[in-house]
Ligand binder design. Structure first.
Ligand code: 5GP
Ligand code: ZN
Length: 114
């Protein structure tokens, strides 16, 4: 999608600090981090949200989840605990409508989230 911010990151049209990549996923640091580790993991293919990703039903959601866990290992937060979040829909705080998993860690994470 030509007007999608994260598609532009995939296309290298907007810079990002990439931390991990697979054939179908890309992980990069959030520009406004909410924790010492705050990485966004996306499928390179455009899907608007987690529901659309799940409906794709071709293993892509699985690859996004595995990449998210790999990011936690690479960033050294897998032992201390981390959180994987998909804000889904504007009412849940989704602002970029290219599905992304937030991987958060490196500090105490409150529960329930605000
Ligand atoms: P959402 O609110 O949709 O769940 O999360 C969108 C996230 O994208 C936010 O945490 C925001 O800081 C991040 N973000 C917005 N624009 C950019 C950008 O241009 N580059 C990067 N790396 N992150 C961005
Ligand atoms: Zn997109």
């Amino acid at each position: 999608m030509s007007d999608c911010l994260f598609c532009k990151i995939v296309a290298n049209e907007i810079p990002a600090e990439i931390v991990y990549e697979t054939g179908r996923t890309l992980a990069f640091r959030d520009v406004n981090p909410q924790a010492p580790t705050h990485v966004l993991v996306i499928p390179k293919e455009h899907h608007a949200d987690a529901a659309a990703l799940a409906a794709a039903d071709d293993g892509l959601a699985d690859e996004v989840l595995k990449s998210a866990h790999e990011v936690a290992v690479l960033d050294g937060v897998s032992g201390s605990g981390y959180r994987i979040v998909f804000n889904t829909g504007a009412g849940a705080g989704q602002t970029v409508f290219h599905v992304h998993a937030h991987v958060l860690g490196g500090r105490d994470l409150g529960w329930p989230p605000g």
